[in-house]
Design a protein around this ligand. Structure first.
Ligand SMILES: *Cc1c(COP(=O)(O)O)cnc(C)c1O
Length: 341
């Protein structure tokens, strides 16, 4: 038995999800003739109260399409220094859109309205890049699964409106935030120009992300997706997994959060742990006291078939998910308890 806590992307489709995929009605989605893809897009647009949606092979492509949609070459995007769009999308903002990033020194991956105000270049000052887009992440990935408070987002939205900036949400893990904070998707839908969501993280689908926005923006996004090579043919088999996940795997995220919380509380009491970051959702970040080595811990856990990852600079990460069951959880707690250096 292997216990993989490296990411919530490591889940494999369940038997029931696979059955659902097998039974999907499909067509050629490049001609917009796949009924299951259309059903998924309409379901998500409806859920978030947005006009339209488009299915993507990855969250990266959905975010990169949003950046391309909202900017012109030479423009600047504001985001947190830890943002996925800046750190983990291969420099795509520069490569695909010719856009520079103004990085904000946020708190756990979250930025404030005041920080954004200070980062906006004066639009008439033609020497500096034109600020046109703000991208935030909810929950934050590198920030340890932290969630924004809605009033803070409303403040950011106001700044965007006043300064004519587009507002994009990288909602790869929005599902975790919705469950943890008991929020409604429409509260997000009314605030953002575009939202990307992943079906392949906590929801357990093998592939798939969706970008939502206005009719006009999604029409433009269809062309950009084509240019990026993201048009897929009988993609309904994949969309069916997403529909199944939306039906069955959202509410249960609470279990992942509980296990991450329990692990956090448990680790806090161990003598060789320096610090455990607050656990809000399914991501747990912790550090070891200076005399203990991360690589040694990762190696010792590996010998017990438990896999966790290093974030560098002394930080370690555990991510709970659908395939991390209660028996495994008990085994992991015991393994940490018995750990000696
Ligand atoms: C995983 C993730 C994405 C998208 O990643 P893909 O692997 O391309 O699907 C985007 N943003 C955040 C915050 C993520 O965690």
């Amino acid at each position: 038995m292997e216990i993989n806590l490296i990411s919530d992307t490591v889940t494999k489709p369940s038997h029931e999800m696979l059955q659902h995929m097998f039974r999907a009605q499909v067509g050629d989605d490049v001609y917009k003739q796949d009924p299951t893809v259309i059903e998924l897009e309409e379901t998500l647009a409806g859920l978030f109260g947005m006009e339209a949606a488009l299915f993507f092979p990855s969250g990266t492509m959905a975010n990169q399409t949003a950046i391309k949609l909202h900017t012109q070459p030479g423009d600047e995007m504001i985001c947190d220094k830890w943002a996925h769009v800046y750190n983990y999308e291969g420099g795509g903002a520069a490569f695909n859109s010719g856009v520079s990033c103004r990085l904000i020194d946020g708190h756990r991956g979250m930025i404030t309205a005041n920080q954004i105000v200070e980062a906006i270049n004066p639009p008439d000052f033609y020497h500096s890049p034109l600020t046109t887009l703000v991208t935030i992440e909810n929950t934050t990935n590198k920030g340890g699964g932290a969630c924004y408070d809605l009033p803070n987002l409303v403040e950011i939205k106001d700044v965007c409106t006043k300064n004519k900036l587009k507002f994009h949400l990288d909602g790869a893990r929005i599902w975790n935030a919705l469950v943890a904070r008991k929020q409604h998707p429409k509260q997000f839908g009314q605030m953002f120009d575009t939202i990307s969501v992943c079906l392949s993280k906590g929801l357990g689908a093998p592939v798939g992300s969706v970008l939502m926005g206005s009719h006009d923006d999604i029409k433009k996004a269809l062309r950009i997706r084509k240019v990026f090579g993201g048009g897929m043919r009988q993609a309904g088999y994949l969309a069916a997994a997403g529909l199944y996940a939306l039906q069955n795997n959202v509410g249960r995220l609470e279990e992942d959060h509980r296990r991450a919380r329990q692990l956090g509380g448990f680790l806090q009491q161990l003598p060789w742990i320096e610090k455990v970051e607050p656990v809000e959702t399914n991501i747990l970040i912790f550090s070891l006291k200076p005399q203990y080595s991360e690589t040694a811990l990762i190696e010792k856990l590996k010998q017990k078939s438990i896999f966790i990852s290093s974030l560098g600079k002394g930080k370690l990460r555990i991510v709970t998910h659908l395939d991390y069951k209660e028996v495994m959880h008990n085994y992991v707690l015991e393994a940490f308890q018995k750990m000696t250096f």
